[in-house]
Design a protein around this ligand. Structure first.
Ligand code: ADP
Ligand code: ADP
Length: 234
């Protein structure tokens, strides 16, 4: 099980002229191991930036990030690549078949496992209806995989990797509340031990969530159990 800790983290993006834009300001948070947690806040407040830091794609300019209690600047990030899986909002899939994209993440996966992962990601039905099934090319004309399906294929791929921690960036945004709740249940069954941090701006979906962090303009402005949070507008 993995917990995440951020301590006084600052992060800046630099534009083409070298001007720095601060995306995270003094962010401190402890994400307990296991369970389901949520990071909420308006578009542009820094959620994805924080997620990519937790996934260790990049380092903060100030502060510390601990994954499983370790500062990975000093240890092997490679080992963590498969332990912590980040499913981005615009997932990249290879220009190959659905099966090939899934097998790339999990070469040993059996066909039933591939289908089970697609079911968890709520995309099995669509894939079954495609003439080529698992051998459908991702984005193939006439059987195009939509943005939502693409992202859910990325969830399926993540499930197959059996991560110890999973960060979902608006991964259920294209699902109605009922389907999103079902994805949660199935993901929890498939990954009973994993720490799951879901980025969302749908406050309606916090049922079953252990801890929520509310961000605004690069800062954590509230945290607690969903029932403890002050009512958020929108
Ligand atoms: P989100 O939907 O999470 O707010 P955006 O649509 O803002 O994401 O960003 C989509 C992609 O563009 C991301 O990879 C993000 O890193 C990048 N991006 C966002 N804002 C900027 C910016 N001001 N300059 C360059 N890249 C950006
Ligand atoms: P959120 O996920 O909450 O929508 P982001 O983390 O995507 O927010 O973005 C936080 C801020 O950083 C925004 O102002 C966004 O425009 C900016 N930003 C994100 N990615 C980049 C990037 N690659 N280059 C420059 N600015 C970026």
């Amino acid at each position: 099980q993995l917990q995440f800790t951020a301590q006084d983290v600052d992060f800046y993006y630099e534009d083409a002229t070298g001007q720095a834009h601060q995306a995270l300001k003094q962010v401190s948070m402890d994400v307990p191991a296991g369970q389901w947690h949520a990071l909420v806040g308006p578009t542009g407040c820094g959620k994805s930036t924080l997620a990519t830091l937790f996934a260790r794609y990049t380092d903060p300019q100030a502060g510390q990030l601990l994954v499983g209690g370790q500062d990975l600047r000093e240890t092997q990030v490679d080992a963590l690549r498969s332990a912590v899986v980040y499913v981005p909002q615009r997932a990249h899939l290879f220009n190959d078949t659905i099966a090939a994209n899934l097998r790339l993440a999990a070469p040993e996966a059996s066909e039933p496992e591939l289908w089970r992962a697609l079911e968890i990601a709520q995309v099995a039905e669509e894939v079954r209806q495609m003439p080529q099934g698992l051998e459908t090319m991702v984005g193939e004309k006439g059987t195009a995989v939509s943005g939502g399906q693409r992202q859910r294929l990325a969830i399926a791929r993540a499930v197959l990797m059996h991560p110890r921690a999973l960060i979902l960036d608006e991964s259920t945004a294209h699902l109605n509340d009922e389907l999103a709740a079902q994805v949660r249940r199935q993901l929890r069954e498939a990954l009973p031990q994993a720490t799951i941090l879901e980025i969302t701006h749908r406050i309606s979906q916090l049922e079953g969530v252990q801890t929520v962090w509310v961000m605004d303009q690069g800062q954590i402005i509230q945290s607690g159990k969903p029932s403890e949070l002050a009512q958020q507008p929108g």
